[in-house]
Design a binder for this molecule. Structure first.
Ligand code: PMP
Length: 409
């Protein structure tokens, strides 16, 4: 007889959802389809020859380390490289090894933070729209959300302040744990939080004694404008934890994410990770560490940045050509990252419109997916990193037809 799993799944298990994006992307497998859906990097940007050479070497010569269990915190050689990178990229200094832990992708860090801080009586602050992986990671622990609209320069801080002061007035502020922010080239909305708002966020976090989770997978992929100081640098490791990842700058298959924070915070993450997986694979840590020793990541990244910059321009030009005459349409000209956020006129529902897109074989991720609570959205996330230039143009042209057809009904 088959076991009845339904009756056995825990409250947390019942709260887990599969990513809708993965479901949607199944349609994009058709060979005539043009997909702006997946946020995955172009595999041609992975330094495969270099990694293959190092992989052989570290298995043959460093097998005592690479094929063995390692510490939960991760490879100390990689930590040294990361400390140097954080200083070079962002001018972050004053950290040592105990301020860092590696996770299996930064997604694991989100899960562990959820596990450590959230339950059915607690709240965390998310923006609208928010990164789906964060919504799912936090929601599974039965958390409640304080939802704050995202503006072109980051969260609407007036709304944030108003909502937090209500919690304070009602004696519930201790139940609010942290504010989650994707500070650079937000997924999905493309926006970068301005320096003023970063400083103000730290002040708000101090006023209400919250911590900030700054998630920055895209910061190194800047195509124009100047680097903005990380919230982590402004607020310091006692107030802010910084998540980062090799997924968009080296290869997501390595599954290396990173948390930088106070030593106390990192110790708690170590405990949570111990029961999740004992340790990350030492082999990918050492692979990345030796790669960083031999090659200058930021130099190596330049052709990738060039490639994505060009594709972004192709998409922005195509939007200008095919959408600028449709009243009420707007899009965010993200200065970096992998996404453009396109918003249709009020009343449009890009989830419902998806049926029309299927017929024209052009795919996007409907804005509804990034809503904390399931609500219609007139927006969509477009990723420009995978399709060739001519397909980007053709796809935007098809998207125009989709919008016009849907708009007629
Ligand atoms: N945070 C954000 C904002 C992301 O966009 C992603 C990847 N899509 C992640 C975290 C997780 O990345 P990874 O687990 O590959 O490090």
């Amino acid at each position: 007889m088959v076991v009845n799993l339904e009756g056995k799944i825990s409250k947390i298990g019942q709260n887990m959802k599969s990513s809708i994006i993965r479901e949607i992307l199944k349609f994009a497998a058709d060979k005539d389809a043009i997909s702006f859906g997946g946020g995955v990097p172009d595999p041609e940007t992975f330094p495969r020859k270099e990694l293959a050479e190092i992989a052989k070497e570290i298995i043959e010569k460093e097998y005592h380390y690479t094929l063995q269990y390692s510490t939960t915190e991760g490879d100390p050689v990689l930590k040294q490289q990361i400390l140097k990178l954080l200083e070079r990229m962002y001018g972050i200094t004053g950290l040592d090894e105990d301020n860092l832990i590696f996770t299996v992708g930064s997604q694991q860090a989100l899960d562990l933070i959820g596990k450590l801080f959230l339950d059915d009586e607690s709240y965390c602050v998310l923006d609208d729209p928010a990164y789906l992986g964060a919504i799912n990671a936090f929601r599974q622990y039965l958390a409640n959300f304080v939802v704050v609209p995202l503006e072109d320069d980051g969260m609407d801080l007036n709304v944030l302040e108003r909502k937090l002061s209500e919690f304070d007035k009602n004696g519930k502020i201790k139940q609010v744990k942290f504010i989650y922010v994707v500070s650079n080239f937000h997924n999905p909305a493309g926006v970068t939080t301005s320096l003023e708002k970063r400083k103000a966020l730290v002040e708000i976090a101090e006023k209400y004694d919250l911590f900030i989770v700054e998630d920055d997978p895209y910061g190194a992929l800047r195509y124009e404008g100047e680097t903005v100081d990380p919230i982590f640098k402004i607020g310091g490791p006692e107030r802010v934890v910084l998540l980062n990842t090799f997924s968009k700058v080296l290869a997501p298959g390595l599954r290396i994410g990173m948390v930088a924070g106070s030593k106390e915070f990192i110790r708690k993450i170590v405990q949570a990770k111990q029961s999740a997986d004992l340790c990350s694979p030492a082999i990918t840590h050492r692979l990345a560490a030796r790669y960083l020793e031999r090659y200058d990541l930021l130099e190596q990244l330049k052709p990738t940045i060039e490639l994505y910059r060009r594709k972004r321009t192709v998409m922005l030009n195509a939007l200008e050509e095919y959408f600028s005459d449709i009243p009420g349409v707007k899009w965010v000209k993200s200065e970096g990252g992998l996404f453009i956020w396109l918003t249709l006129p009020e009343g449009f529902d890009t989830w419902e419109m998806f049926e029309y897109a299927k017929r024209k074989k052009v795919f996007y991720v409907p804005g509804r997916v990034f809503k904390v609570y399931d609500e219609p959205s007139p927006s969509m996330r477009l990723s420009f990193c995978l399709p060739p230039d001519e397909k980007i143009v053709e796809g935007i042209k098809r998207l125009r037809e989709v919008v016009l057809e849907y708009g007629k009904e």
